[in-house]
Design a protein around this ligand. Sequence first.
Ligand SMILES: [Zn+2]
Length: 358
Amino acid sequence: MRLSHFEKLRPVCPVCRLSGQDNGLALTTVEAEAAGDVRMGILACQGCGSEFPIVDGMPIIVPEVRRFVQENLFYLLARNDLTPAVESLLGDAAGPGSGLESIRQHVSSYAWDHWGDQDPSPFAPVPGGGAPGAVARNLGEALDRLGDLPEGPVLDIGCAAGRTVTEAAERLGRDVVGIDLSVPLARIGRQAVVGGRIDYGLRRVGLVYDRRSYALRHGAGARGDVWLCDALALPFSAGTFALAIGMNVVDCMRDPRAGLVEVSRVLADEGRAVFSIPFDWAGQVTPVEAWLGGHSQRSGHAGSPEAILDLLLSEGPLAAGSLRRIGAVGEVPWHVRLHDRSCMYYSAYLVVARKAVG
Ligand SMILES: [Zn+2]
């Protein structure tokens, strides 16, 4: 956790936030720090006393720390210093469906999309012609449509391997905090954003991963950081951010409408939000009743996600806070590379909203 981000963003306790109180967090313990980056430490609420760990530079600021740690203990304690041959043997032995394998596949797909366009070594052509860097290109298209932003930092929700954090920091020249709930992705995202390197296994086939390790070219400097936070319980006061980014994340939330309301809360007046949404709903992530469309085709909206999102981003009873769509929506190509012979293709819905005043 960069001290500069902590001091400027002044995070508040997500436990107290649930009862509507903004109580600031204090950095009560620093056990490892280098160049203004706290690697290991503890944040504590000035009000209720809740404690939030900082592990490997990632502050974990979620309402239920105990549950988060229990569910993510394997990922928090997983080592990332295994050498290629030993990791390969452990990967074979752990087998498909293991925790190690789920880290490797997840990181392979996202690291390739986010940073594969800077890989100095060639890789096999992707079936269907997909090229890495789609998430950065799509964000660029969204940033072209922002108009005038108020003063303030940027929140990147579901920042994964961190490319959108650095793109926004470079392009807007503002501080950006990326948040995610995936420990392996936040770890690699932080390595990219703060450390300027990527080091991951690119899945070739089955349990075979080729190690990719290279320095990154990005000009984010000290403006980017990556934290572990929940989009549904953002540990920030109302009006903190000028811009919120949500690339391919809204349909990964437990409650997408509540997520949009949270975004509205933390935006400053006339702040902007950009979302890219493939509407790829999954029942184990989002309960069906919380999906935006994709069900109830008998009703007036005929199950259309686009129609429901439009209602959420318009004046009316369904409005998600004060977010209002501006400009036309777009469709952008996004894809997820699984291995040398498999890639999933999406057309994602790209929309820009502003926080209406009053
Ligand atoms: Zn508290």
